[in-house]
Design a protein around this ligand. Sequence first.
Ligand code: HAM
Length: 432
Amino acid sequence: MGFQALRGTTDLFADEVERWAAVEQTVRRVARLYGYQELRTPIMEDAALFLRSIGETTDIVQKEMFRFQDRGGHEIVLRPEGTAAVVRAYLEGHLHKTQGFAKLLYLGPMFRAERPQAGRFRQFHQYGVEAIGSSSPWVDVEVIALCLDMLRACGVKSCSLWISSMGSRDDQQRSAQALRERLAPQKATLCKECQTRFDKNVFRVLDCNNPQCHTLAWETTAGQEARGHFASPFLLTQDSQARFDEVRQGLRSLGIAFDDTQVFARGLDYYTHTVFEVRALGLVGKGAVAAGGRYDHLVEELGGPAVGAVGFAAGIERVLMAAGPHVSAAASTRRGLYLAIATPVLLQEGFRLLQQLRERGVSAVMDYDGRSLKAQLREADKQRCRVVAILGEAELKAQAMTLKDLEQGSQETVPLDTFVEAVAQRMESACR
Ligand code: HAM
């Protein structure tokens, strides 16, 4: 009986790895333009970090964390998201003292035990940024601009930005109270889970998957001034409203289009003020390709100073789905050299040349199993090598090699003693 990858996890083979690497390179390049530095945090964290930050009543914490006890009985999780871990590292690495305002990029696998379906995995991968240490609305604007720039640079053409405000913590407390009062008469018709949520964290009713709860939670707010389909359950003070206006004004000044007609809540507890989602055309369901927002209390709640922060994360699988096949043109271009040998006797001489090419920075491969010359040439094509060089007794005798450039369809003979240099120069323009 063979083994299979676990449900919701996937292997990536060569072509896909090329596309992934292209996304990773692009993201790092764009992040540098905006002054973000990469941070790598462990895949395992203390479970309490996520209970405290994402919130005990959220779906992620209640149903989706891969959680286990280590041998010492400590509660460990495979990180379900990056934000809490980045804030922990920001504090543990004393960045709040050495940098104050830190702009951090991260990439890597995240784990959620969700029901696997199109675009939803148990091990998925995010790239994301966190700008920690500022409450300026301009940082919200910068993070959103960066998010869109990265998506564009990764080849995601048709996507739309949705923004909303969840208000300050005070606003949220008043809003929760109001929502609870409005939902109270219908509490018995909410699902079992939402009845608990009603008491513990009523906002979670807003993103219940059960359509009945969802509709009730949003429709009961319709008594207020209508914005779009439903009125906002978030009662914003003038200050919070002004802050949201500043963010929108900033986006407009950069020519960034957005939709603010649909108020929404995000399913993690740490958010305050601006929240946003980028939805891509062609993605199954209403899953976002990237999402984020401001979280002004998380640093303090995890034991640091009272400073604001904002960030986003994008699902790399979804970015690739939304970008289609054109993410990496490099994946289809030919590269490297295939050294075909006419007889196995020449293996040693061939291997010596191969190593010289590699030292010179040229990707080079050959056959070690005595296949026919014809089979080797077929293999060179299959591996999408750019150049084939044939080494036979005749070549050795003449001290010259024939180079076939499969991309340009050309052929030339070069002296054996300048062979490595000639190949290196030919490849210089191509990506090795
Ligand atoms: P999130 O909305 O939970 O936010 O996830 C962000 C993105 O990760 C989603 O928009 C989606 O593209 C991808 N994603 C999430 N779950 C899955 C899954 N099961 N399979 C495939 N892709 C998935 C966060 O994680 C926050 N930490 C974002 C943030 C950063 N907020 C502030 N800073």
